[in-house]
Design a binder for this molecule. Structure first.
Ligand SMILES: [Zn+2]
Ligand SMILES: [Zn+2]
Ligand SMILES: [Zn+2]
Length: 161
């Protein structure tokens, strides 16, 4: 990727090794040490209010890769596990969201939410076959019938875009 002529200066100014640009206004992003941990904010602020979560020292999202956590709507990021297949984790993990989804051809697998508590449903296998139970079981005992690999209640579908 071609570097902006100002990049060297910006790297110095912001003390970072690589410049990332705002997808909305194309201005450089800078890393901010916030109270809740580091994050990235657009240098076009306050005109542009883009912020991105920090993952391993980089803004967590590249343009066109925007998948939201079905539970808390924070961004999901793809991680390459040291062993096993890649997975998607919620960037709210440091703030208590435990959502972790399998990777389905470069996207997070489809997920559904519990109609009573809003947490994720998981496919379980009982004595009478497969069914969907709440991931908060035993705190939440909501269950749904399985219909071809989906919980039978479209109204609670929380498909990722
Ligand atoms: Zn911006
Ligand atoms: Zn989340
Ligand atoms: Zn539930």
């Amino acid at each position: 990727m071609a570097e902006d002529p100002d990049s060297g200066k910006l790297r110095e100014q912001f003390g970072i090794s690589q410049i990332h640009f705002c997808a909305a206004c194309k201005k450089p992003l800078r890393r901010v040490n916030g109270k809740m941990g580091p994050f990235w904010s657009c240098t076009g602020f306050p005109d542009c209010r883009t912020t991105l979560d920090d993952v391993a020292g980089k803004p967590s999202r590249e343009p066109d890769e925007h998948y939201c956590c079905p539970v808390c709507t924070r961004r999901m990021v793809r991680i390459e596990a040291e062993s096993g297949p890649p997975a998607w984790i919620c960037t709210g993990s440091s703030r208590g969201c435990r959502v972790r989804l399998r990777d389905d051809q470069g996207r997070p697998e489809q997920a559904w939410r519990c109609g009573s508590c809003g947490h994720l449903l998981v496919l379980r296998h009982g004595r009478h076959g497969a069914f969907w139970g709440c991931s908060r079981y035993p705190d939440c005992k909501q269950t749904y019938n399985d219909a071809n690999g989906k919980p039978q209640l479209d109204i609670f579908s929380a498909k990722n875009p």
